[in-house]
Design a protein around this ligand. Structure first.
Ligand SMILES: Cc1cc2nc3c(=O)[nH]c(=O)nc-3n(C[C@H](O)[C@H](O)[C@H](O)COP(=O)(O)OP(=O)(O)OC[C@H]3O[C@@H](n4cnc5c(N)ncnc54)[C@H](O)[C@@H]3O)c2cc1C
Length: 408
């Protein structure tokens, strides 16, 4: 019997476990360890905030996703790469799992240690449950603002989104749209998008300047104020500190400053790149019987040799290739190198207002929005939930509140 232990129930872990189980090789047992009972589809974060996609359709219970996989709910505390042992803290006590193959795919987490107060006072977007809580919090501050004095109202109605990358621009725009829709007439909600550099969306620049500028224009039209050269230095209960760029009083600070790889004990001796990702070979191996993929792995790009970007599509392809390579090794065949060349990137600033770069072709407006919408549904891990998410777009709850009231 061969045992495969997968650490992490995100994109890389789920696609890896599924690849192996679907091959239905007798005598192969796959165990997946995750500290969350569900897979979060981060792509719909902005849409969960605007209400276009229900939060429950942006996550899927692992038990539904992975029939045939033994699931262990708990936090991996240590990996012994020599003995191939994974130590797990579960609610019912510590467990040691021994595998012939171990797949390290714990992803990334908010870079909270980089900024004092971030973990305590900022809203994280890393899990859909947290995004739902953020939505409820925004409703609460709007309600509280009704009875507040002018100074307090200003702070309650101000939201700071820190980080001018894809997630920051999308989420700031979604929050601005939500607040404009739900605020009382006369209230003037303020959404500040703070970015450490001169221009938002640096990953698109300079090659796709036109696409990035379109996104910034759309965000501004939704009411987002852009604060350049503002590196987040601290978060307090009263707002966000930006060093020399000053303090913004806000009842809501959202972090989109980026992620840092999850580091697991026991792997200290393995090489990492400058961002802390575990460096794999082109077969996604860290060593014999030890594999890594997803946000926590620096996998060489098949064309450039530089590490692949950290996003969902790459994690999906890492996971699938690791699963295939484990199957090959189990049947005495040589593993194959990672060959996925990439597809592109995209974001939405509202229905019909998308930006995308697909195979190097820049797109804006409806073509970008439709392409992103289509690919996101295709890459959701569950067909059933993808269909439910697609139906959400035509449900009445997706409409602005005024339209809902008008419908009855
Ligand atoms: C707000 C947001 C929006 C995003 N939008 C997009 C987008 O539009 N398009 C895109 O391509 N990418 C997007 N991304 C990036 C994408 O989500 C990541 O690249 C992707 O999640 C990486 O997959 P992964 O499998 O490496 O890790 P993850 O999906 O993070 O999964 C890792 C899993 O491991 C678990 N885990 C971690 N540590 C342990 C431990 N010690 N023990 C047990 N389990 C553990 C975690 O709980 C998690 O379930 C977004 C990310 C965020 C946060």
């Amino acid at each position: 019997m061969a045992r495969v232990i997968v650490v992490g129930g995100g994109y890389a872990g789920v696609w890896c476990a599924r690849r192996i189980v679907r091959a239905a090789r007798p005598g192969v047992v796959v165990t997946l360890v995750s500290d969350r009972g569900h897979h979060s589809f981060h792509g719909w974060t902005a849409e969960v905030l605007t209400g276009e996609v229900r939060a429950e359709h942006a996550r899927v219970p692992l038990v539904d996703l992975l029939p045939g996989v033994e699931l262990v709910g708990g936090r991996v505390t240590r990996i012994d790469p020599e003995r191939r042992v994974v130590e797990v803290a579960t609610p019912s006590g510590a467990r040691s799992l021994v595998g012939d193959h171990i797949v390290v795919a714990p992803g990334s987490r908010d870079a909270s240690c980089a900024v004092p107060g971030l973990a305590e006072h900022a809203w994280s977007l890393k899990d859909t449950a947290g995004v739902e809580d953020l939505g409820r919090h925004l409703d609460e501050v709007l309600a509280e603002a009704r009875y507040a004095d002018a100074a307090t109202r200003g702070r309650l109605l101000t939201v700071v989104v820190a980080g001018g990358g894809f997630t920051g621009v999308e989420v700031a725009t979604a929050i601005a749209q939500r607040l404009r829709r739900d605020a009382r007439a006369g209230d003037a909600p303020r959404v500040v998008l703070a970015h450490s550099g001169a221009q938002a969306l640096p990953s698109l620049r300079p090659r796709f300047d036109r696409v990035a500028d379109y996104a910034v224009t759309q965000a501004a039209a939704a009411g987002v104020e852009f604060l350049p050269h503002a590196r987040l230095t601290a978060v307090t209960a009263d707002g966000a500190e930006f060093g020399a760029s000053g303090f913004v009083a806000a009842a809501t600070v959202v972090t989109a400053i980026g992620q840092t790889p999850v580091r697991l004990e026991g792997l200290e001796a393995l090489p990492r790149d400058r961002t802390g990702r575990l460096v794999t070979d082109r077969f996604l191996r860290l060593g014999p019987g030890l594999w890594a993929g997803g946000d926590g792995a620096a996998v060489p790009h098949p064309r450039t040799g530089a590490p692949c970007p950290a996003d969902a599509l790459w994690a999906i392809h890492h996971g699938t290739r690791i699963g295939s390579n484990i199957l090959r090794e189990l049947t005495g065949r040589a593993p194959r190198p990672f060959r996925f060349p990439g597809l592109g990137q995209g974001a939405s600033l509202g229905v019909g207002r998308g930006i995308a770069e697909l195979y190097g072709v820049p797109l804006t407006g409806w073509p970008a929005w439709v392409a992103r919408w289509f690919f996101f549904h295709v890459f959701m891990p569950s067909r059933r939930v993808a269909l439910a998410a697609a139906v959400d777009w035509v449900r009445p709850h997706a409409l602005p509140r005024e339209a809902q009231r008008a419908r009855g």
